[in-house]
Design a protein around this ligand. Structure first.
Ligand SMILES: [Fe+2]
Length: 214
């Protein structure tokens, strides 16, 4: 019983030469695993798992938990578990880009072109100071946005649906790219699974749990 990491949907070396085997192995087997273990160590002493067996539901209902210590664990470890589930599931070393995908058409409608969208995404990556993530999200009313979250904060806390998300903690790229964060981003684009992104884009955003965006 407890929250589980996804099973890695490919071998450690499947994303080579873009994301290297050693990084994927460490990232999944050490970092991702520790979020899973740390979360379960705290949550399984409570009855929270019975109420929210789905990690995404737990994150969406984070504000309803009335114990500060538990909330910190959900924020750090629960966020870490769900973010990494999303990240690993969203990557594929195959050509999945198709200009007929709904998500691609929506990006081109909002940003005029894929190039402009990627430029703004890169700007957010450059501007992220410290550890965190950059996300392409869908908000309520289907509006689209690129946002940063710090540490293991995530779109679900905000009532948003993530479509694409890049891990910008150094553990996700430093072995191969060292300080060249933008090289990592450029290679990340080569392994984004656009069919996965399209599925996320087509998910209904949970309006009920959404916060108003200022
Ligand atoms: Fe990570």
């Amino acid at each position: 019983m407890g929250y589980k990491r996804i099973k890695l949907p490919y071998s450690y070396d499947a994303l080579e030469p873009h994301l290297d085997k050693k990084t994927i192995e460490l990232h999944y087997e050490k970092h991702h695993k520790s979020y899973e273990e740390n979360l379960n160590n705290v949550i399984l002493k409570t009855n929270i798992y019975e109420s929210f067996p789905n990690i995404i539901d737990l994150l969406k209902n984070y504000q309803k938990i009335d114990n500060d210590e538990i909330k910190v664990a959900i924020r750090e470890f629960g966020g870490g578990l769900a973010n990494h589930n999303f990240y690993f599931e969203s990557l594929k070393n195959e050509e999945t880009f198709d200009e007929n995908l709904e998500v691609v058409k929506a990006i081109e409608a909002y940003w005029d072109s894929m190039e402009e969208f990627k430029k703004e995404f890169e700007k957010q990556v450059k501007n992220l100071f410290g550890s965190g993530w950059v996300w392409f999200v869908k908000r309520k009313n289907n509006s689209l946005k690129i946002i940063k979250t710090f540490n293991q904060d995530n779109p679900w806390f905000l009532g948003f649906t993530p479509i694409i998300g890049i891990d910008l903690w150094e553990h996700s790229y430093y072995l191969k790219y060292q300080n060249k964060k933008i090289d990592y981003l450029n290679d990340f684009w080569k392994v984004v699974d656009w069919e996965f992104a399209n599925k996320q884009f087509l998910l209904e955003t949970n309006v009920e749990d959404s916060e108003d965006e200022s």
